[in-house]
Design a protein around this ligand. Structure first.
Ligand code: GLU
Length: 287
C-alpha cells in the first residue's frame, strides 16, 4: 500500500510500459519480470501500457507481439491495456494546465545551437526576435529532488542545474516521453514503478513535473540492466534477439538470475511464478 498526501491508503498498482519498437528481448524481460513480481508480491494490480507515442520509432505489430510474449510467459495483466497514441487529449490538457500557470515556454533553439549538458535557459524569457517556437520546455524550479529507490537506495538530482528546463513537447509535435509517462502514471493511479536502471536518471525530472501537475509520484525501483559481452545495455539497437518462447521457464530463469536470484528448479510456469513471488516478497520485505 502507498500513502497519498491525505494519508489514505492507495491499493498497489504497478505497470509495465514497453515501447513497441520491436519484440521483448532478454533485457526488457527484466523490467517486465520485476514489475510483475512486485505487483503480485503486494497482492496488487499489474497494468500494461503500450508507449507508442513516439510514432517514428514504433514498429507496427510489435505491440501484439509483446502481448503474445507476455502471455506465453504466464504474465497476465489485470486491466485492458492502454495505448499512449489514444490518449493525446490527456497530454494536451496537462500541457494547458502548465501553460496557464506559466510553467512552460516555447523554445526556438535547434540541437546544433545547444551546448552539451544542461539547457542554458536561452528562451526562458522569450524567443529571440525573428525566431519561432519549435519545442516546448517545462520551467524547472531551482532545488534538489530527492527520492528513495527501492533497489538503488537514496537518490538526488538538482534538475535545474544538471538538466535544465526540459522538453515536454518536441519540435516534431510529439509529446516527450517524460511528459506522457508522468501523466499516464498519474491518470492510472500507479503507486509503484519498477523499470530498468537506464531510466533512473529520468526519475527526478518526472517527480518535479508530477508535483506541478498535482500528481502523486509513485515509489520507484530501478532493476539492473542486462549487459552484452562488451558491457553495453542489451537493446534492440545492438541486436538483442527476441525471447525464446520454446522453453518459457528457461527464458524466465535467465532473467531471474540476472536479477540476482538463484536459478529455480521449477519446470512449469505456474510453480515458477509461485516460488518467484515468494522469494521476491522475502527479499524486498513485502508484508
Ligand atoms: N517505454 C519505456 C521503455 O520502454 C519505459 C517507460 C517507463 O517504464 O517509465 O523504455
Amino acid at each position: 500500500m502507498a500513502l497519498d498526501t491525505q494519508g489514505s491508503r492507495r491499493p498497489y498498482t504497478g505497470r509495465f510500459a514497453p515501447s513497441p519498437t520491436g519484440p521483448l528481448h532478454d533485457g526488457s524481460l527484466l523490467a517486465a519480470m520485476g514489475s510483475f513480481l512486485d505487483a503480485r508480491a503486494h497482492g496488487g494490480k499489474w497494468l500494461l501500457r503500450i508507449e507508442d507515442i513516439d510514432t517514428q520509432r514504433v514498429v507496427p505489430g510489435a505491440d501484439r507481439i509483446i502481448m503474445g510474449q507476455l502471455h506465453a510467459l504466464g504474465m497476465h495483466w489485470d486491466q485492458a491495456p492502454v495505448w499512449q497514441s489514444q490518449r493525446l487529449k490527456l497530454y494536451q490538457n496537462a500541457f494547458d494546465h502548465l501553460l496557464a500557470r506559466q510553467l512552460v515556454y516555447g523554445c526556438a533553439c535547434t540541437r546544433q545551437e545547444l551546448p552539451l549538458g544542461a539547457y542554458p535557459g536561452t528562451c526562458r524569457n522569450g524567443i529571440p526576435a525573428g525566431r519561432e517556437a519549435r519545442a516546448w520546455r517545462f520551467k524547472v524550479p531551482a532545488g534538489l529532488e530527492t527520492f528513495e529507490d527501492r533497489w538503488q537506495g537514496a537518490q538526488h538530482q538538482d534538475v535545474a542545474a544538471e538538466v535544465g528546463d526540459f522538453i515536454i513537447k518536441r519540435a516534431d509535435g510529439i509529446w516527450a516521453y517524460q511528459m506522457a509517462v508522468v501523466i499516464d502514471d498519474g491518470d492510472q493511479r500507479i503507486t509503484d514503478i519498477v523499470r530498468g536502471t537506464d531510466l533512473l536518471d529520468s526519475t527526478a525530472r518526472q517527480q518535479v513535473l508530477a508535483r506541478h501537475l498535482g500528481i502523486i509520484y509513485p515509489r520507484v525501483m530501478h532493476v539492473p540492466l542486462l549487459l552484452d559481452d562488451s558491457g553495453r545495455k542489451l537493446s534492440k539497437q545492438n541486436h538483442a534477439t527476441a525471447l525464446d518462447l520454446a522453453n518459457p521457464v528457461r527464458t524466465l530463469n535467465k532473467a531471474w538470475q540476472a536479477l540476482g536470484f538463484n536459478a529455480m528448479p521449477e519446470t512449469d510456469l505456474k510453480s515458477f511464478w509461485y516460488s518467484a513471488q515468494a522469494q521476491w516478497a522475502r527479499r524486498f520485505s513485502v508484508l
